[in-house]
Design a protein around this ligand. Structure first.
Ligand SMILES: [Zn+2]
Ligand SMILES: [Zn+2]
Length: 439
């Protein structure tokens, strides 16, 4: 039986009144953002599937870039620049009112991974990468970033009248690094003027992740590690394997250097500071009874602090050269393309945290320790204050331990998270502009 008490009646009347005519919410931009994100959801998922099925490696994102540029032009953007850092796109949307400038960034590149997800829209694309035949897959989820930022672009273009400033949309190539012997990525976008005319006052980025569905994760300070490619060439003197004293053995010296490098973090720097030195490749020699002339070591070095980074580099050089010298050999240390620490500006984080809590719900926003992975968004953050967040999109019913990580051929996401991503991009831009003092 259905009974209505007087109290229940009044309460439901109040509830209905509040729902129907919330005076404080009338015209509230966040209400409009939510409604627009709902309306755009199917479109965003459609773009994501299309991009997922047609992945392109770094510096080769021509189809994706054309899709983006056509979309921004169709939305009536004030300017759409293409071909920045090879295939990058920068779109500018001016609000009806004058004010500061904010940038939103999505990366567009896929990885040389052969997809094994079994999705209906899985990629079957193959290409040549660094001379090898490889499968191509959006195994890092950058397809979702492009689709979500295209969605935010459409949403914000529909709210021009309410935008108190300018929004710059940055679609970046080659976040995972350009192919060998090519330049590219965020550093090249900066060099080619992505952050000029207009110059943003802040920049926001996000990354899809197999963390909890529809949660947002942020760090205050370092978010990703610096990453440097380390190369050490150990030069000895070739000799017979039975007569090592007639030469200088670079294999034994290389082994001593590898062990020596591991004592840098454990014995020489404050162990409360993070640092990882990993050697991932050793090459030297051709057969059992020839001690070779040279050995090459290649590795990666990660830190969360610019000073520690410089210090660790100097100690690696000292350790390698001095150990080599002790054996009468020589070590040449060189550094490949390096990525700085990505750093969430604490003042900006404090200012934008209420925005994250509003869009995701306070219980779904979590402070996270910095990760040891890198993100070349760091190059943008070297120019303007920035903030980066992780968007959780793990399928329900799967534990974090079971979920395939980014870069796995089985990496999958729950597409219901894309709506939150669109709202997060849009809300960060709108709130940043609304909260900034007008010039
Ligand atoms: Zn990645
Ligand atoms: Zn990525």
């Amino acid at each position: 039986m259905f009974r209505v008490s007087a109290f229940g009646y009044i309460a439901s009347l109040l509830f209905v009144c509040f729902r129907i005519a919330p005076p404080a919410d009338a015209g509230d931009p966040s209400t409009k953002v939510d409604a627009a994100a709902d309306a755009l959801e199917d479109k965003v998922i459609g773009w994501r599937r299309d991009i997922h099925q047609n992945p392109e490696l770094g510096n080769r994102e021509t189809r994706t870039a054309a899709l983006v540029a056509d979309h921004l032009r169709a939305l009536g953007f004030d300017s759409v620049r293409t071909g920045i850092a090879h295939t990058g796109v920068v779109g500018v949307l001016k609000g009806a009112r004058a004010g500061p400038v904010v940038a939103l960034r999505a990366d567009m590149d896929a990885l040389p991974v052969t997809e094994e997800t079994g999705l209906a829209f899985a990629s079957t694309v193959r290409t040549t990468y660094n001379g090898r035949d490889v499968g191509v897959m959006h195994a890092c989820g950058h397809d979702t970033h492009v689709a979500m930022l295209m969605g935010a672009a459409e949403l914000l273009a529909g709210m021009r009248d309410e935008i108190p400033g300018t929004i710059v949309f940055i679609f970046q190539p080659a976040e995972e690094g350009p192919p060998e012997d090519e330049d590219g990525g965020a550093s090249l976008m900066v060099a080619e003027g992505a952050l000029t005319d207009p110059r943003p006052d802040a920049i926001f980025g996000l990354h899809i992740s197999p963390r909890d569905l529809n949660s947002l994760y942020y760090a205050r300070g370092p978010m990703h590690a610096s990453a440097d490619v380390l190369k050490i060439k150990v030069i000895g003197r070739q000799t017979h394997g039975a007569a090592p004293h007639r030469g200088i053995d670079p294999i034994v010296v290389a082994a001593q250097i590898i062990i020596g490098l591991q004592t840098i973090h454990s014995r020489q720097i404050d162990t409360r500071k993070t640092a990882v030195i990993s050697i991932g490749s050793i090459h030297g020699g051709v057969r059992n009874n020839i001690i070779p002339e040279e050995v090459e070591l290649i590795g990666t070095v990660r830190t969360h602090d610019a000073e520690v980074r410089t210090d660790v580099h100097a100690r690696i050089e000292r350790t390698a050269t001095a150990i080599a010298e002790s054996a009468g050999a020589r070590a040449e240390v060189s550094w490949g393309h390096g990525i700085p620490v990505s750093y969430n500006e604490p003042a900006l984080v404090d200012r934008m945290l209420p925005t994250l809590e509003r869009v995701a719900g306070a219980a779904m926003v979590e402070l996270t320790p910095a990760v040891m992975g890198y993100e070349d968004f760091a190059f943008f953050e070297q120019q303007v204050p920035g903030m980066f967040v992780f968007l959780g999109a793990r399928l329900p019913g799967i534990s974090r331990a079971e979920a395939a990580p980014n870069h796995s051929p089985r990496f999958v996401i729950d597409e219901s998270a894309l709506r939150l991503g669109v709202r997060t991009y849009a809300a960060l831009a709108l709130d940043f502009l609304a909260l900034s003092p007008t010039e």
